[in-house]
Design a protein around this ligand. Structure first.
Ligand SMILES: [Zn+2]
Length: 325
């Protein structure tokens, strides 16, 4: 019997990652390519098929056993159809992803939301496996805030596969408008752009001298990474801004812990690179807020897979055959 090979794809607006894994979940080959999403779905799917074939060849595999694809948007997982992709140029409404790819690659294609894929990846191959957690929540902090939920060893998808949209938990119904159409979502307070906007304000009002130096006076260059550097170099206002974002996150995480009591909360995405500057206020806040039961058994940790979590989770999704019947 030929060895099983699974392809996992993490599709982003500017680039996509492909990983080929074996039946034990070991990654045997990884590739990255530009999405060129402005060329439209047909071209992108053809490129995806070609890159998958190249990756399989590189891995010494003839044909894939199954393919998993994480996509940043709203999907009809059973039909293998993209309903809508956020932050994706080109017309991506009601696009059949499964049909053309199954034809091109000759194996079943299973799609899911990209952050749900990252959650599954951390659960199966990352921090979740390391700590033996059967129930975990993931928050991916980037341009937006995505999330995912695993309960009792199972990725929970909910009615539309939208279970886990933690970034759109409302903290202030009169707060800043959010991309989702609501106001005052966690995303408007603790995403990368929300944090950067506060960094820009501090630079422009002369309250962040270190940050100003780091970005050489160019406020457009302020990002969470520069803010982390500035905070560690002594900018107290920047440190406080990061801590404030952490406290907002702690509020939402405390509510999640009360509702779901996971053993593990994983913080991923680029903003998680702030490390203790962000993680300490999160952990402190959660300890302060949750009084229902002791939370010292709930671990709050950064992701171990980083930006590989999505592709690894897509492999896991392919291995388990997508949505259970
Ligand atoms: Zn929102």
């Amino acid at each position: 019997m030929p060895r099983a090979h699974y392809v996992g794809v993490d599709m982003g607006g500017t680039s996509f990652k492909i990983a080929v894994g074996d039946a034990e979940g070991r990654v045997v080959c990884e590739r990255r390519a530009a999405t060129q999403s402005e060329a439209g779905p047909e071209v992108v799917l053809a490129r995806l098929a070609a890159e998958s074939k190249a990756a399989l060849e590189e891995a010494g595999a003839k044909a894939p056993t199954a393919i998993g694809i994480g996509l940043p948007g709203t999907l009809d997982m059973r039909a293998g159809v993209v309903r809508y992709l956020a932050n994706f140029p080109g017309h991506w409404r009601d696009v059949d992803v499964r049909g053309p790819l199954e034809k091109a690659l000759g194996a079943p294609v299973h799609i899911l939301n990209d952050v749900r894929a990252a959650t599954l990846g951390e659960h199966m191959f990352g921090r979740g496996r390391e700590l033996g957690a059967q129930s975990m929540v993931l928050l991916a902090l980037g341009t937006g805030i995505g999330g995912g939920v695993v309960i009792d060893g199972k990725l929970r998808l909910g009615a539309l596969g939208s279970a886990g949209e933690i970034g759109h938990t409302i903290l202030d119904p009169n707060g800043p408008p959010c991309g989702c159409g609501s106001r005052g979502c966690l995303e408007t307070f603790a995403s990368g752009p929300a944090l950067s906007a506060e960094g820009v304000r501090l630079v422009l009002t002369g309250q962040a001298p270190r940050l100003r130096e780091i970005v050489e006076g160019d406020a457009n260059r302020v990002d969470p990474r520069a803010m982390g550097e500035a905070a560690n170099a002594g900018d107290d206002k920047v440190r406080a801004a990061i801590a404030r974002a952490g406290t907002y996150l702690a509020q939402v995480i405390a509510n999640l812990i009360v509702a779901l009591h996971p053993e593990l909360v994983v913080i991923g995405g680029g903003v998680a690179g702030l490390g203790d500057l962000l993680m300490d206020p999160i952990r402190r806040g959660v300890r302060d807020y949750v009084k229902m039961f002791p939370v010292d058994t709930v671990r709050i940790e950064t992701s171990t897979l980083g930006d590989r979590a999505g592709a690894m989770g897509a492999i896991a999704w392919a291995m388990q055959g997508g949505m259970p019947e």
